[in-house]
Design a protein. Structure first.
Length: 195
């Protein structure tokens, strides 16, 4: 089946990018490269700010928002403190480029995210320790009984395996991650709205 000339023309237009789309893709690629250097530690937040300011002057103000959105998209509930701080400082530094920035509002949401991250980790560790103490006591009792029968039980390696496979731990982790995840997602939504 042969296509009509009109259909061929439409297909050709679909495949071709407009000059604006090409420029947007080039700019986005340049921004990705810049952020990659920042994440690798090759440039500081100050260097990122300078490079982004130059890009903003060459392109448009939208590059600032795009950079912040890309940084927000890399935030995770479970990430190292160093990685979180790196992203936080970049998001806030970039905000200073805007004419009508919302620095204080962004900072408050980022502080809330940090508090949630700390609470998430703290509650998880406390619950693990509580389960660990209970399981250790049980396994030590079993080990004493086994020793009377001439068997040795490695309590330390058995404790972690028992905790990770216990229904209490699995249920706790499921509920904890769901609750914290929902709160985290609401904070990320607020950040995106402020940007």
């Amino acid at each position: 089946m042969e296509l009509s000339p009109l259909a061929r023309e439409r297909l050709a237009r679909i495949g071709a990018l407009s000059p604006e789309e090409k420029e947007r893709m080039r700019r986005s690629s340049e921004l990705d490269s810049l952020l990659s250097q920042y994440f690798k530690g090759a440039i500081s937040s100050e260097d990122l700010w300078i490079e982004l300011k130059s890009l903003k002057e060459q392109c448009s103000e939208s590059i600032v928002k795009e950079a912040q959105i890309k940084l927000v998209d890399t935030l995770r509930l479970q990430m190292s403190q160093e990685d979180f701080e790196q992203r936080r400082s970049a998001i806030l530094a970039i905000e200073t480029m805007k004419h009508e920035g919302k620095y204080s509002s962004l900072e408050l949401v980022l502080i809330s995210i940090e508090a949630l991250r700390q609470k998430y980790t703290q509650v998880k560790e406390q619950t693990y320790e509580q389960l660990k103490n209970a399981v250790e006591r049980q396994l030590q009792a079993v080990a004493r009984q086994a020793l009377k029968q001439g068997l040795k039980v490695n309590v330390e390696s058995s404790v972690e395996a028992n905790i990770k496979n216990s229904p209490q731990w699995k249920e706790f982790i499921s509920e904890h991650e769901k609750a914290c995840g929902e709160m985290y997602n609401s904070y990320i939504t607020k950040l995106r709205e402020l940007i």
